[in-house]
Design a protein around this ligand. Structure first.
Ligand code: ARG
Length: 286
């Protein structure tokens, strides 16, 4: 495989990748169910259990806590079975909160619910968006730019609005495969200026952009993508990832990451994985 792209500053003297402490917002899936189908993963007849979802979600939360991260919780609301997918609730950069406006009626009430949480928790700069966007589902904040998906949910107008409000350049990426309807189902941040993605999810033009920006990216196979292996969370050293993404897990280990496999099979019935359950709260300083 290709050589490591880690910048020297990101690597400790022992040659180890350095993590940074994160603050996450999560929502316990007490009301989880699959009652409608707004992506190809969802089948209301398949049977989804809130009890199993809660148990799997608790293990994900425990994994973050054991890694030293802070986890805040938003109260789940009855009638919003997808509210567990906190990543969709907003995009937070340097303490500024760009709210979500959901593409489908079934989830629209989640936008105001997440905005209310931020307002109640001391965030002064909360913007109600004009345009359709599903938060970190489609906005991935890196150090110097935001990568933004479009094609299924978030509109390009929202990409422009996010750039104006959040103050980072937004790079539009075109998603082309309905199984990977959000950017965070097809690409995740590895820290140190690198990312991991599944090429089949992107248009030819967007692939050229990705190759230009991330010449040493980790490329995932379709096999790993279809177990939502790209819906992973990395703190710069540790990767929390669906356990079934075995090829990708092996490759990440080769690259020096410490992998923490989790079982979120119940939540995958709604088309979600670890990252979907996790909204990163980026505070004033970063
Ligand atoms: N059922 C949800 C939907 O289709 C899943 C959202 C998953 N979240 C994510 N960040 N990809 O909207």
């Amino acid at each position: 495989m290709t050589s490591s792209v880690l910048e020297p500053a990101a690597v400790s003297s022992a040659g180890k990748l350095g993590p940074t402490r994160r603050h996450y917002l999560m929502c316990r899936p007490s009301h989880f169910a699959v009652t409608y189908a707004i992506n190809p993963w969802m089948d209301p007849d398949a049977g989804a259990s809130a009890e199993t979802a809660v148990a799997q979600w608790e293990a994900l939360r425990a994994a973050y806590l054991s890694l030293g991260h802070e986890v805040s919780l938003i109260d789940p609301e009855p009638g919003l079975p997808d509210m567990v997918f906190a990543a969709n609730g907003a995009t937070v950069v340097r303490g500024r909160v760009y709210g979500a406006s959901f593409a489908f009626a079934e989830r629209q009430a989640e936008g105001p619910a997440y905005e209310a949480w931020f307002r109640a928790n001391g965030f002064g700069d909360v913007m109600t968006p004009t345009f359709t966007n599903e938060g970190e589902g489609d906005f991935l904040t890196l150090d110097r730019m935001i990568l933004a998906g479009t094609g299924f949910r978030t509109s390009i107008d929202a990409h422009k609005e996010a750039q104006e409000f959040l103050g980072l350049p937004v790079v539009t990426l075109q998603l082309v495969d309905p199984r990977f309807y959000h950017l965070d189902t097809a690409l995740f941040d590895l820290g140190h200026g690198n990312v991991c993605y599944f090429p089949g999810a992107f248009s030819e033009g967007s692939l050229r952009v990705l190759r230009t920006l991330f010449p040493d990216a980790v490329l995932a196979t379709e096999e790993d993508a279809t177990v939502l292996g790209l819906n992973a969370v990395c703190d710069g050293a540790n990767v929390v990832i669906n356990a079934e993404a075995t090829g990708l897990i092996a490759e990440l280990r080769t690259r020096g990451y410490t992998v923490h496999p989790v079982d979120l099979t119940e939540l995958r019935k709604a088309g979600g994985g670890p990252k979907c359950c996790t909204l990163e709260i980026r505070a004033q300083t970063h």
